[in-house]
Design a protein around this ligand. Structure first.
Ligand code: NAD
Ligand code: ZN
Length: 359
């Protein structure tokens, strides 16, 4: 098992990463778990792992809330139902809310933890690669609103994050690839050496080699933790984590959420961002080719749907959260391992990059 700390002063917390952590769960999380534990999971994950987790929690008081699967359940209604169930247990403010599931469960459970008694302890056990390398770290919790994704939520850091790569053995391969897009993102935006490591180990990761997965998750979490420690509430640098996301969100919206997985759209978005960087004279053409090759090795798309026209792109990008003062802010790589936030990009370059089909 490996461990790293997210440094946030008195709210610092450990992330544990390893390949078979369930049997020693209680020991590992000892100081982070209270006597009363409210587990939030969903109907896909519960039959796979809930009993095994409960069995490890020993003589604690445990109650469970099983939510429906999918993004559509990340709502105020589900949040409210979870709170009803939590209140019915009689648990007090010194309980722990434990999220067992992907990013949807983690975001909703985190918001339950943030709001019950104005904030109770929260522990994450992320079960998708995306949640293991991204959503479980950093303290953003949220539910969706009919007017948009993640519009209602709070910052609420967990007490601990326990990442067991064994969970990934049951994950659909498309979901694995979608998580790998965020892993590749860290390499492009902040760590050229990690990018090179990924080039070498992508086949192992795709084959669920547990040691390679532990390594990739550790490095991804370290990168995210470092950015979050520096800029917890996204006043500046944390926005770099959105590399590929302005284009990606536009693709997700154009296709209707659910058609493209988030990570797939981000992969195409990163290819577009790198394309622009090459045209601007920053990224080397050879490095751009390396990015495309790595995305393909992870079974990820490298172009937006050809059906999206420029009008649609403009409208969708202007609705993105990263718009400030009517200007779209882009996160663009400068080269491998470095990225900047900028609103100075010639429109002609964007038009060309979003419409380019990369085969
Ligand atoms: N808080 C943040 O900082 C942050 C960052 C990125 C994304 N997010 C949020 O995360 C969510 C996406 O998370 P996700 O990609 O994990 O999606 P998800 O939670 O919907 O999980 C994907 C699918 O895999 C299933 N699943 C989960 N674990 C499994 C396992 N071990 N074996 C088999 N199936 C499993 C789920 O039931 C679901 O059907 C979005 O709502 C997004 O907004 C939040
Ligand atoms: Zn993302």
């Amino acid at each position: 098992m490996q461990q790293l700390i997210v440094e946030l002063g008195s709210r610092s917390y450990p992330i544990f990463v390893g390949s078979d952590l369930l049997p020693t769960l209680a020991n590992t999380l000892q100081s982070s778990l209270n006597q009363q534990i409210f587990i939030i999971t969903n109907e896909v994950v519960a039959p796979l792992y809930l009993e095994a987790v409960k069995a490890q929690l020993g003589a604690r008081d445990i109650a469970t809330f099983v939510m429906p699967d999918g993004e559509a359940a990340k709502t105020l209604t589900t949040w409210s139902e979870a709170l009803d169930a939590l209140l019915a247990t009689g648990f007090a403010r010194d309980c722990t809310v434990l999220a067992l599931g992907g990013g949807v469960v983690g975001d909703l459970a985190g918001f339950v933890a943030a709001s019950f008694h104005r904030g109770v302890d929260f522990v994450q056990m992320p079960t998708t690669l995306l949640s293991q390398v991204d959503s479980s770290v950093g303290g953003k919790t949220a539910v969706n609103h009919p007017r948009g994704k993640n519009l209602i939520g709070a910052f609420h850091q967990p007490k601990a994050v326990l990442i067991d790569t064994h969970f990934l053995t049951s994950l659909p391969s498309r979901e694995l690839s979608a998580g790998l897009a965020e892993v590749i993102k860290y390499g492009i935006m902040a760590d050229a050496e990690f990018f090179a490591w990924l080039e070498q180990y992508m086949p192992a990761l795709m084959a669920l080699d547990q040691r390679a997965l532990t390594q990739a998750i550790m490095r991804s979490c370290r990168c995210k933790a470092e950015v979050v420690s520096d800029d917890e509430r996204e006043h500046g640098r944390r926005a770099l984590l959105n590399l590929g996301h302005t284009f990606g969100h536009a693709i997700e919206k154009a296709q209707g959420y659910g058609e493209w997985l988030h990570g797939e759209a981000v992969a195409a978005g990163m290819a577009i961002a790198c394309d622009i960087s090459v045209e601007q004279g920053h990224m080397l053409a050879a490095d751009y080719e390396r990015v495309l090759t790595l995305l393909r090795a992870a079974n990820l798309p490298t172009s937006a749907p050809a059906s999206m026209d420029w009008d649609e792109w403009q409208q969708l990008m202007l609705r993105d959260k990263k718009v400030q003062g009517g200007k779209v802010r882009f996160i663009l790589p400068r080269g491998l391992g470095d990225a900047v936030i900028t609103d100075k990009v010639a429109e002609s370059l964007i038009v060309k990059a979003v419409s380019r089909q990369r085969g």
